[in-house]
Write a protein of this length. Structure first.
Length: 327
């Protein structure tokens, strides 16, 4: 059986660490490089519940999108939950590898998986990374077009339907429901830091997560103002046309872990296939489809809305062919 170091080398050929943002520290977080890896579990976050479930599955390796550590630490004792998680993983012989912004930017990574899931074609990165070693365009986010234009409401419903994790949050939309949508930018994760790049791309809709009141209010007000000026024959925005009064971009705000979990539809096939190709053995793979957003319910006009009871996992069959069943 391949050892952890060999498997990590394969992972980091698929999702190179050099693609990570400067502030980010993905990669191997916990694990003995010499231990064998026969079963891999995927999940969005390394929460206590996810770690317990991965260990119960008999995982040798837990792959998550979100890091256990976002900032430098000086201890991993049992005085905090992170230290307790490290201890449980180590005692169980379960390693933890994180594919964060490196997986966001990679080919068939988080951003491409979401863009593909929403039906975008002719894609390119929203923020390209220059990598001569890659045969594919890589970088943060994706920009693409729909095969056929749809209304903004229809597109927002498409986004909600495509999400693989059911949450209490639903999908929020900002814009005219009847506005036509042809071009879309997607950035899974917290995306209001890239409003300028999205505006420069001239897309009809921006899909991301964790949108805040003031940045979105400012962005949509600017978009409405620029649309009114274009309608009057004055173009203020890049790529605008005189007489075009459409407000762009509109915004779709998704639950954070749900949109990023779209990556696992690719990873649950790509990772074992790459390991088998490189090392001659195919690990068993599981996907824990647990909602890891912190919100547990919402209230709408006095009515409590909760998600359906989530399936705890989807378990890939032993040949690792990517097909999954409800556990």
């Amino acid at each position: 059986m391949p050892n952890l170091k060999q498997v990590v080398d394969v992972l980091e050929s698929l999702y190179p660490l050099r693609y990570a943002e400067q502030w980010d520290e993905p990669g191997l977080i916990v694990g003995d490089p010499a231990r064998p890896v026969t079963r891999i579990v995927f999940a969005a976050d390394p929460t206590s519940a996810i770690v317990d479930e991965a260990i119960a599955h008999g995982a040798d390796l837990l792959i998550t999108h979100h890091p256990l550590f976002f900032r430098s630490v000086h201890q991993v004792s049992g005085l905090g939950f992170r230290g307790a998680i490290v201890d449980r993983l180590a005692r169980a012989g379960c390693a933890l590898w994180v594919g964060h912004t490196n997986a966001d930017a990679a080919y068939r990574g988080v951003a491409q998986a979401a863009a593909d899931g929403f039906g975008l074609v002719d894609q390119c990165p929203l923020v390209p990374i220059d990598d001569p070693a890659s045969p594919h365009a890589v970088g943060l986010g994706r920009v693409g077009r729909l095969v056929e234009p749809v209304s903004f409401e229809a597109f927002a419903r498409r986004v909600a339907t495509a999400l693989p994790i059911d949450t209490a949050l639903g999908v929020q939309a900002c814009g005219d429901p009847d506005a036509p949508v042809s071009t879309v930018a997607v950035l899974p994760g917290s995306g209001d830091s890239l409003f300028d790049e999205v505006r420069a791309a001239g897309v009809d809709v921006y899909v991301t997560s964790d949108l805040r009141h003031h940045p979105v209010t400012d962005a949509i007000e600017q978009a409405r103002y620029e649309a009114s000026m274009r309608a009057a024959g004055i173009v203020l925005d890049r790529g605008g046309e005189p007489g075009d009064g459409q407000v762009r971009p509109c915004f779709v705000n998704t639950p954070h872990s749900a949109i990023e979990s779209m990556w696992f539809r690719y990873a649950i096939e790509d990772v074992p296939t790459a390991i088998e190709r490189a090392l001659g053995e195919r690990p068993v793979v599981d996907w824990i489809r647990r909602n890891t957003d912190p919100w547990t319910f919402t209230i709408h006009s006095g009515r409590i809305v909760t998600p359906r009871t989530p399936a705890t996992s989807d378990t890939g069959v032993g040949d690792g062919n990517g097909d999954a069943r409800e556990a």
